[in-house]
Design a binder for this molecule. Structure first.
Ligand code: PA5
Length: 419
């Protein structure tokens, strides 16, 4: 992976002004001296062999006994798994892992129950707190469905719980019912938990090689641990420089539809980590070239408060050569001899030229191809940059006090007595 700031309008001099601040942020991460330092378990994560084996055994049991794994969870308890699975799976093959408990739509649940009625299923319910309303309600309904369909004993073989090691309603329920459990480490918040059992069990159950994924993460831990020449830190600095220049919205851009949920995961990571104390870049995303035909107008021509970060995937697995005779009826002869991937990249290059001319600074992340190692590195890169960037901004990147306000109102309206 490589960071390219050549179209960002940022100079090396501007970057070097952050030297001291970055040193401080780096120290806060490694010496655990900053706000939120109890939540730094993801920085040097190592999944021990017994835990990895336990995840692999459960994943293989799930694959043997079911057509489908339903993952119940919301926010950091599902977005990482969804991002990795979508990025590394066939775009059209039926999915073996699907997601629920990330909304409270009756229609969604009804469609899900209809969809699974002739299928063998397993459940992985994921909630660190164990009290989040969306997964709690969905789990109640699907647990009852499972007990009806498979009996208490059969359901026990098919329900897997990922939650706190010792506390919470879900932990109590799992103990009482005898479900197999996996742990969300105390020192890792939801949005930084994709490489723990939270993400790894669903990812493994989808058939993805989690060892290769983790190899990418471990390599990234080493690659981005140094203070000097660290692309991860340069990205964090660049965002903060642009923010100070009144570029308040960052759009994560991809040209590969499989990365849609990487952007959804990234939006949660940066939105919850930085949007606080009246500060923070608003994280947005587009899937190009699709969205050039919808959001492209605004980005080119609307309020000048935007900058873009493009994930540039250099190589596809297979490319298509375009052959068009001169004067052909579809008037595509100017494409003769080019490949589809080259054309996709010309769309990207042309867009960057047009957008930077339209005063939308551009940051680029070059990724060789979409595979386990690179996805592991990319997600770790964003996590680390987020921690550093949050400290540069002067906020605690590891809490989310703002999400409590709506919950208080919702529970009051629902008549919940203790909150
Ligand atoms: O990043 C976070 O902490 C949140 O997005 C949580 O992951 C989300 O709210 C779900 O919480 P829980 O896992 O406790 O159900």
């Amino acid at each position: 992976m490589r960071l390219d700031l050549s179209n960002s309008g940022i100079t090396e001099k501007e970057i070097s002004k952050y030297k001291k601040e970055v040193e401080k942020a780096h120290e806060k991460i490694y010496e655990k001296t900053g706000e939120g330092s109890d939540f730094l378990g993801w920085v040097n994560l190592k999944i021990e062999v017994p835990e990895l084996e336990k995840i692999k055994v459960a994943a293989s049991k799930i694959r043997k006994q079911s057509d489908l794994l339903i993952v119940i969870g919301i926010g950091g308890s599902y977005l990482g798994a969804k991002a990795v699975i979508d990025a590394l799976s066939h775009s059209f093959n039926p999915k073996s892992v699907i997601f629920a408990g990330n909304n409270m739509s009756a229609d969604y649940l009804n469609d899900l129950l209809d969809f699974i009625k002739d299928k063998e299923i397993s459940l992985n319910v994921i909630s660190k707190s164990g009290t989040t309303i969306e997964p709690a309600i969905t789990f109640k309904i699907l647990r009852e469905y499972m007990e009806e369909k498979y009996g208490e004993e059969g359901a026990r073989e098919r329900i897997f719980v990922t939650t706190d090691k010792e506390k919470g309603v879900l932990k109590e329920l799992a103990t009482q019912k005898g479900y197999e459990t996996f742990v969300v480490p105390n020192d890792i918040g939801g949005r930084y938990s994709v490489f723990t059992a939270v993400g790894l069990l669903p990812i493994a159950a989808s058939g993805i090689n989690i060892e290769k994924l983790l190899a990418g993460v471990y390599e990234a831990e080493k690659k981005y641990e140094k203070l000097e020449n660290n692309d991860c830190y340069r990205y964090a600095i660049a965002r903060n420089i642009l923010y100070k220049k009144k570029k308040k919205i960052e759009i994560l851009v991809n040209y590969e539809p499989k990365l849609h949920y990487v952007s959804e995961w990234w939006k949660q990571l940066y939105g919850e980590s930085e949007g606080k104390d009246g500060k923070g870049i608003f994280p947005a995303s587009v899937d190009n070239s699709t969205d050039l035909h919808s959001m492209g107008q605004y980005i080119q021509d609307g309020e000048r408060t935007l900058f873009e970060t493009v994930i540039n995937i250099k190589k596809p697995y297979v490319d298509f050569a375009i052959e068009c005779e001169k004067g052909s009826i579809d008037k595509l002869d100017y494409l003769n001899g080019k490949t589809l991937n080259e054309i996709n990249h010309k769309a990207m290059e042309g867009t960057i030229i047009a957008h930077t001319a339209g005063k939308v600074p551009n940051i680029m992340l070059e990724v060789e191809k979409i595979d386990e190692m690179n996805i592991g590195e990319l997600l770790y890169f964003f996590e680390k940059a987020c921690g550093i960037s949050g400290y540069l901004l002067g906020v605690n990147p590891f809490n989310q006090p703002g999400v409590e306000a709506y919950k208080k109102e919702m529970f009051r309206l629902l008549g919940k007595l203790e909150q």
